[in-house]
Design a protein around this ligand. Sequence first.
Ligand SMILES: Cc1cc2nc3c(=O)[nH]c(=O)nc-3n(C[C@H](O)[C@H](O)[C@H](O)COP(=O)(O)O)c2cc1C
Ligand code: SF4
Length: 376
Amino acid sequence: MRKIYSEPKKIGEIEIKNRFVRSATGERLTSEDGRVTDELIQFYEVLAEGGVGLIITGVTYVHANGKGIPNQLGIDKDDLIPGLRKLTEVVHKCGENCKIAVQLHHSGRQSMVLENPPAPSAVFEPTFNVMPREMTIKDIEDTVEAFAEAARRAKEAGFDAIQLHAAHGYLLSQFLSPYTNKRTDGYGGSTENRIKIIEEVYEKTVDMVGKHFPILIKMNVDDFLDGGIKLDESMKIAEKFSKMGFAAIETSGCMWEVILRTKKELGWHPAFNPEARIGIDSKEKEAYHLPYAKEIKKVIKIPLILVGGIRSLDVIEKILNEENADFIGLCRPLIREPDLPNKWLKGIGKITCECISCNGCTASLLSGSIRCTQKK
Ligand SMILES: Cc1cc2nc3c(=O)[nH]c(=O)nc-3n(C[C@H](O)[C@H](O)[C@H](O)COP(=O)(O)O)c2cc1C
Ligand code: SF4
């Protein structure tokens, strides 16, 4: 069988050397004001040396009113560019043709650090205990501008691409979802209207960085909440993104409120993280978004990055051989083993990675900074 996972493939006009993508992973390794630190650079150096084809940074705020967590990476000011450039230079130098995209993020109502953040509608957020304020048209215009300006900074800092974070219940996901978007103007109501802000961000960003700079998007295949997005609608949204000109779609799912339901079902667990399921202890439980991705793949003409509980090389081979995805997104496996792609590419190490999906890393992120709590 062909080892497709080792073969290069393009995202937009850039070639990714293999099919392994480091899915965005917030690290909380910056200074308080969102600047790149030596610690963050070392963290990325290790990742790049580990053989992954494309690194997507953790959530990076495009505006101070969209900050989600303390010590989050920022890209909202020009004076952050030199630090970000150091980061991209290290990845390009150490990673033997490793590429790096920055994940552009606005938290909206899911913020750990802001009391009254802007959101599409004033819908209370119970996990973060936040009452957001409904954005005015001027707020929306400013936010579109903030994303486009952040993209310009990303290009100037040497990133190979950007990814819009429109998943997991953050601002762009809040606009997409009827669960959180109750607007009665042109940005709410129909699917078309709920997509509108992303369309405007896309167009303004292309004006700013040109059409050759790849713009990726991460989206929910399902919000996993009653009244939220379900597969029939996410297929329409994905098709629209593909036609709009996005370079690739990463398929994920959930909003943070899903935690409350999970808590009721399973009891309290300090490391609940809705998009990162715990207890992936068999191959049957792996790749939990695969059934959705298979359907999305049918309606898009751009590469699909599949993420969520992918742990074994034979599972990966099957997904790629059956053309259910073009790239494999890995988050927790690379927290545990940043050199996992090299181990798999060189045929050393085990078929199943060492991550046991316990989410100790989520707990460590919520209380400080990223760390695999299982690593000796
Ligand atoms: C500690 C931690 C931090 C994460 N940070 C982000 C993030 O910054 N942006 C994002 O889109 N997803 C984030 N995720 C979700 C992952 O990108 C991924 O979608 C999810 O963990 C499932 O993939 P996995 O099973 O390979 O971990 C995070 C997940 C974890 C566990
Ligand atoms: S703490 Fe380590 S083993 Fe547990 S989920 Fe995170 S990376 Fe995997």
